[in-house]
Design a protein around this ligand. Structure first.
Ligand code: SF4
Length: 330
């Protein structure tokens, strides 16, 4: 349904002195390719600042890509604007991280959820608009929906507010949800409810979800596939079970090593990465992960690793994957 090919988003960042300016760029998204099938949930995982959110904003047309292409049902939507872009946004909706910030406190829930219909010129008839608002609230798990219509965001809990955000997306009946850290601001007890809701929507509405998160444990048992992103690039991609059982990239292994395990008797060696994430303006040569990689070899500082396939649905970009030296060293 959604196909991203070699997408790049660079932001200009001048450096140097006032006498000698240097044109440099922040490499926010750098050669990312990914697909999202109908009804599929793909998790995009990586630490803050790795480019996940910029990727979502670029898909929505809120940032213009520097290079690459975005196809929606085979149609190139990379450079759309105006009415054509607006029509595409109806099919792809975003859920933002902070339900406290993304709802207008002066509007009632009816107005908030009804606003996208107004913006897109849909459901002009008042009865039809009300029906669509009620259906969206019900599908977002706010029951009975009529009880919420006249309320304001401050009268709701954090979980209910995030459900209102989801209802505002659902009211346009999109095919894809781009969920940017949708549960990270919520209490742990409510996170599972929102995750279950997204899983339910996939069943009932056949909605595809690109779930962006810095926390692998949130998504590990919920996504169909996981893409691990580091410094603007996807470094490992695979079906969830395959990737969790056989992680190959050292960065994926580090993320997995700090994931809590349900059995307290089961011990896992924690792999704590040393050093800071490199500056995305001055990227390291060779493999971008090499300054922090505990198993880097000489070639890592000069040669950019290719993607090595481990199965038809699992690959990792690391020199050691091909040479099979990785497992004994970690
Ligand atoms: Fe580490 Fe080298 Fe693999 Fe990069 S290519 S992840 S530096 S071993």
């Amino acid at each position: 349904m959604l196909e991203i090919n070699h997408l790049r988003k660079l932001f200009p960042a001048s450096a140097g002195t006032i006498w000698r300016r240097e044109e440099k760029f922040v490499h926010a998204v750098d050669d990312v390719s990914l697909t999202l099938g109908a009804g599929e949930i793909v998790a995009l995982v990586g630490e803050s600042g790795c480019g996940k959110s910029t990727l979502a904003l670029t898909l929505m047309g809120l940032e213009k890509p520097t290079a690459g292409e975005i196809l929606l049902n085979g149609r190139d939507i990379t450079h759309l604007h105006g009415a054509e872009l607006k029509a595409v946004r109806r099919q792809m909706q975003m859920i933002f991280q902070d339900p406290y910030e993304s709802l207008n406190p002066t509007m009632t829930i009816r107005q908030i959820v009804g606003e996208p219909l107004q913006v897109h010129g849909l459901a002009q008839d008042a009865t039809e608009r009300e029906q669509r608002i009620i259906r969206a609230l019900g599908d977002a798990g706010l029951k009975p929906p009529a009880n919420f219509l006249g309320r304001y965001p401050h009268e709701l809990s954090g979980g209910q507010r995030q459900r209102v955000v989801i209802a505002s997306a659902l009211v346009l009946e999109p095919a894809i949800l781009l969920a940017d850290e949708p549960v990270s601001m919520l209490d742990v007890s409510i996170r599972a409810e929102i995750l279950n809701l997204l899983a339910e929507l996939r069943q009932t509405r056949h909605i595809a979800v690109l779930f962006i998160t810095h926390d692998l444990s949130t998504i590990a048992y919920f996504a169909d596939r996981i893409a691990v992103m580091y410094l603007g690039r996807i470094v490992e991609l695979g079906r969830t079970a395959e990737l969790l059982q056989n992680p190959q990239h050292p960065y994926t292994r580090a993320l997995l090593s700090v994931m809590p395990v349900p059995n307290p008797r089961q011990k896992r060696a924690r792999m704590i990465l040393q050093g800071e994430t490199p500056n995305p303006i001055d990227l390291p040569t060779g493999c971008r992960f090499h300054p922090r990689c505990p198993v880097a070899i000489t070639a890592c500082a000069t040669a950019d690793p290719a993607q090595h396939a481990l199965s038809p649905s699992h690959w990792a970009a690391c020199h050691l994957v091909a040479s099979a030296e990785l497992a004994p060293q970690l």
